[in-house]
Design a protein around this ligand. Structure first.
Ligand code: SF4
Length: 381
């Protein structure tokens, strides 16, 4: 049964140099038709499987940028969500947002439509770096928008930051962190730049034109991030996420707990009834399929027991409290050590994992090499 719903709005008014999401430049796109198609997809999915949507706890509007839509389009979208998604048990409703797109009117529409959490893509407080990565907002936009959002009634506001950006110095990173923390928000996410294929940065990197900080500097930036967040009372509850008590992202926790969720929209992914699926990415194909009365699924994969074990470990270990024995055994019907005894012993002996009666979790040292640790849990079969 789905615990969460993800809805993809694949439009952006500007394209960032590092972005490999399914997104389209806003101008001349069939945005209104896309919103209609989303409504149709939600109707089809919930009619086909009403039981699967009985207890939705979180909704996440992501993209792309949901705030690229006009207030009228946002209003239409929210009305469709309220029409098709049972809202009675929803406690967290997040919208991603760009700081320079959030007018008072859009904020009010989101608030009135039940959105109670904003996740803003700020990335940096250094104007030069923002330009380098292809973002168009300024610090003033961030200050103005957060103040406006608080005034309208949003209490749960998060901002995303990035480090390891081209040419970024430690001084610039510390300055961005300081400016972010002054905002006194209850939640922050901070990600290191990953140069993904099919991005502008990838092309520059391939031509030797992208000067990135060294691995050591990037690790030092992560270290400073963890120290500063702790100093300001923000608990690290996941490798890249920090929050005041009571403000963890419940939606993202569904992913890390390896629980089920529905995905709607072009290129969206979902995990329902033990099957992972993804939708058509190209807008035309997505809309044609939905308007013909079919779910726009392009790929489905029934998750095997071995894959479930792997996923439970490498997703769960992202969380600071790691993977609990009780939960693992409830879901997988075997103890963690049944498959991972030698892996656990090796990682504990290297100081990368802690293993006790409650469960398994990364040590502080392990967080610096999280991906290497997670790979150890991929089973040979
Ligand atoms: S990072 Fe966000 S705003 Fe930038 S292009 Fe990608 S989806 Fe759009």
């Amino acid at each position: 049964m789905a615990r969460g719903v993800y809805i993809h709005i694949p439009f952006c008014h500007q394209i960032c140099n590092y972005c490999d999401f399914n997104k389209f430049y806003f101008k001349n796109q069939p945005v209104d038709e896309y919103i209609e198609a989303l409504g149709k997809e939600m109707a089809l999915a919930t009619q086909k499987n009403p039981e699967g949507f009985r207890h939705i706890e979180t909704i996440f509007l992501g993209g792309g940028t949901p705030t690229a839509l006009s207030p009228q389009q946002l209003d239409k979208l929210l009305t469709l969500i309220h029409t098709y998604i049972p809202m009675n048990s929803v406690t967290e409703f997040t919208s991603e947002a760009n700081p320079d797109e959030l007018s008072a009117e859009k904020l009010q529409v989101l608030f009135d439509g039940g959105v109670n959490r904003l996740s803003m893509g700020v990335q940096s407080f250094n104007q030069e770096l923002l330009q380098k990565i292809g973002r168009t907002h300024s610090n003033e936009h961030v200050y103005k928008t957060t103040a406006l959002a608080k005034k309208i009634g949003f209490q749960n506001i998060s901002i995303d930051l990035m480090y390891g950006l081209p040419g970024q110095t430690m001084a610039q990173w510390k300055d961005s962190l300081e400016k972010a923390l002054v905002l006194d928000l209850p939640h922050f996410s901070a990600y290191s730049l990953i140069v993904e294929p099919k991005t502008i940065f990838y092309n520059q990197y391939a031509k030797g034109k992208l000067l990135l900080p060294t691995e050591d500097l990037e690790a030092d930036m992560y270290d400073v991030l963890m120290q500063q967040m702790e100093l300001h009372g923000l608990q690290q509850y996941e490798i890249s996420n920090f929050a005041k008590p009571g403000y963890h992202s419940e939606h993202n926790k569904i992913y890390w707990d390896n629980d089920e969720y529905a995905g709607f929209g072009a290129g969206a992914h979902g995990y329902l009834a033990g099957v992972r699926y993804s939708n058509h990415g190209p807008l035309k194909k997505y809309m044609e399929t939905v308007l013909a009365g079919e779910l726009p699924i392009v790929h489905e994969h029934e998750v095997s027991q071995a894959e479930k074990r792997e996923e439970q470990m490498f997703l769960g270990l992202r969380k600071t409290d790691g993977v609990k024995h009780r939960i693992y055994e409830e879901k997988l019907k075997t103890p963690i050590v049944a498959h991972y005894d030698s892996v656990l012993k090796e990682l504990v002996s290297k100081g990368l994992l802690e293993h006790d009666d409650i469960g398994v979790r990364l040590t502080r040292k392990g967080r610096f090499v999280g991906n290497e640790v997670f790979q150890q849990f991929l089973l040979e079969e």
